[in-house]
Design a protein around this ligand. Structure first.
Ligand SMILES: C[S@@+](CC[C@H](N)C(=O)[O-])C[C@H]1O[C@@H](n2cnc3c(N)ncnc32)[C@H](O)[C@@H]1O
Length: 304
């Protein structure tokens, strides 16, 4: 990318470091990481990668326009292990802190493995606030159980908290396919999947989610529940791609649909993408839906 600054005065060099959609993994970093862990196809460090794809394809899911907006909201933080200064966007708490703490205290007891995963994520990875955490993790587990799902699809693995939460709600023989394009948090996830009693239900696929979903559709896969938690710009695309893969009664769960309240005054590309997604779902006669004010907003859409 060329040097200089953008119209908003953000140095282009710095813009390049952040992606939109609540995840700040740079395409360059992803490229470097892919080459660290191996080629982007076949089994890589225990991860199943999607079809071989040039790194440039991964770059396409990044929207520089959104980076400019989100960049202004980023706060500085030091990664504990490497000491590197990173910038991450704090998540706005929609509830008063005391009420949020009360809700947290009354969520299901967190399994020790998840407590350890949360701690390792905070200590070693960028943007640990991306984990769904204890309350939403408990909700996801309950939703899997209540819907009697046997086949779950997750878009956006990160370090695996939500995948492990949902897998623990699956019956024996149930399956969870989760996908991410960043092999660094994915490797942490796989390590914890391997230690979990529910890990053998989980398959992790590396690659851009749109391509992974297309590959799953081509393989004839279908799912009872899908959880959307990756780049916000593609939420509507994920929804349209996944809905045909669900039976009647199948459930789509989408995270961050209040987007820290920015849906009320959208500015960036990701803000507008969430607004468009919320409109799409609310008006969609193919589903029954509700937007729950849980954490950062969780939308449930049940296929008629
Ligand atoms: C909010 S985090 C997911 C958090 C996770 N569900 C949890 O609870 O720990 C979003 C993840 O989506 C991934 N991601 C972003 N864009 C993607 C894309 N186009 N395809 C696949 N994964 C993507 C990021 O690498 C990041 O790990």
């Amino acid at each position: 990318m060329a040097g200089g600054t953008t119209a908003r005065g953000v140095p282009r060099q710095r813009m390049q470091t952040w992606c939109s959609g609540g995840c700040h993994t740079s395409p360059a970093k992803v490229g470097a990481r892919l080459s660290e862990v191996g080629p982007p196809n076949g089994r890589v460090n225990g991860l199943v990668a999607a079809e071989a794809k040039p790194i440039t394809k991964i770059f396409l899911c990044r929207r520089p326009g959104a980076q400019m907006e989100s960049d202004r909201r980023l706060s500085r933080r030091r990664t504990p292990l490497s000491g590197a200064v990173v910038r991450s966007r704090p998540m706005l708490t929609l509830l008063p802190e005391t009420v949020a703490a009360y809700v947290q205290d009354h969520a299901m007891v967190e399994p020790e493995l998840l407590t350890e995963l949360r701690a390792e994520t905070v200590a070693t990875l960028v943007d640990p606030q991306m984990q769904v955490g204890r309350v939403e993790g408990a909700l996801l587990k309950l939703l899997v159980g209540l819907s009697r799902a046997r086949r779950v699809l997750e878009i956006g693995t990160y370090s695996g908290y939500s995948a492990l939460s949902m897998a623990s709600g699956l019956p024996d023989g149930g399956t969870l396919t989760t996908c991410d394009l960043d092999p660094v948090p994915a490797a942490v996830a796989q390590r914890f999947f391997d230690r979990s009693p529910h890990g053998d239900k989980i398959t992790l696929r590396l690659g851009p989610a749109l391509e992974t979903i297309a590959a799953l559709a081509a393989e004839g896969a279908s799912f009872d529940l899908a959880f959307l938690d990756a780049d916000k710009e593609n939420y509507s695309n994920y929804y349209e791609q996944i809905l045909p893969l669900l039976p009647s009664g199948g459930l789509i769960v989408a995270d961050n649909t209040l987007w820290s309240g920015r849906v009320l005054a959208p500015q960036s590309t990701s803000d507008h993408a969430i607004v468009a997604f919320n409109r799409l779902v609310a008006a969609d006669e193919r589903v029954e839906s509700v937007l729950l004010p849980v954490r950062d907003g969780v939308t449930l859409a049940r296929k008629r």
